[in-house]
Write a protein that binds this ligand. Structure first.
Ligand code: 5GP
Length: 203
């Protein structure tokens, strides 16, 4: 069976990548990977959102090389477990990873076949406005996130697709278009083309 494809959705904090990914995955044929994290659950979150681990449990998985990628994001660890992702791909299912920029670069290095999507608000001013609107953050945390976002945006040209999140429905639609175009990429159909040409020899 043909293997599934890996789609990585990333972008700076405040871009809205998690909301967009969840909605697009609900409406498309793609498996949304559930990450492991050391951060405590927020209200309403359960094992459908994250696999919640202690620092020790997370470290054990690092030592066992169980992660496809992992990163420390603002003081908490987040990582993608290798096994469930590879199992889905082996079954021919496409998999979506919604992860931070550091982690996405690790995936790109390990799997040059993956497709990479960068999500951005329509302008830097809008990104700053969204970060500011997170009332839970101090001025220092806000400044840190803006500085980090600028570093991350500088490497956006290494990605394959850009999704602009000005308005949520439109951003979901853009991501769904990327998901449905995955299976049309010629690079995944070279075997089919070869078999097609072989037919000529049999006639
Ligand atoms: P939050 O705590 O708000 O759910 O997520 C914080 C950040 O961690 C987001 O940028 C999110 O994309 C990122 N993140 C979530 N899961 C993973 C993961 O498995 N690996 C990496 N590298 N980042 C992740």
């Amino acid at each position: 069976m043909r293997k599934g494809k890996l789609l990585v959705v990333s972008g700076p904090s405040g871009a809205g990548k998690s909301t967009i990914s969840q909605r697009a995955a609900k409406e498309c044929e793609i498996f949304l990977s559930v990450s492991a994290t050391t951060r405590p659950p927020r209200q309403g979150e359960d094992e459908r959102h994250y696999i919640f681990l202690t620092q020790e449990e997370f470290q054990k998985k690092i030592d066992e090389n169980a992660f496809l990628e992992y990163a420390n994001v603002y003081g908490q660890y987040y990582g993608t477990l290798r096994k469930p992702v590879l199992e889905m791909m082996e079954q021919g299912k496409n998999v979506l990873l919604e992860i931070d920029v550091q982690g996405s670069m690790q995936v790109k290095k390990a799997y040059d076949e993956c497709e990479m999507v960068f999500v951005l608000p329509p302008s830097l001013n809008e990104l700053k406005r969204r970060l500011k609107a997170r009332k839970s953050e101090t001025e220092e945390q806000y400044n840190l996130r803006v500085a980090k976002a600028l570093e991350e945006i500088a490497i956006a040209p290494q990605y394959d697709y850009l999704v602009i999140n000005e308005e949520i429905d439109s951003a979901v639609m853009q991501l769904k278009e990327v998901i449905s175009s995955l299976d049309r990429k010629m690079k995944y159909h070279v075997d089919f083309i070869h078999a097609y040409m072989e037919e000529e020899k049999d006639i």
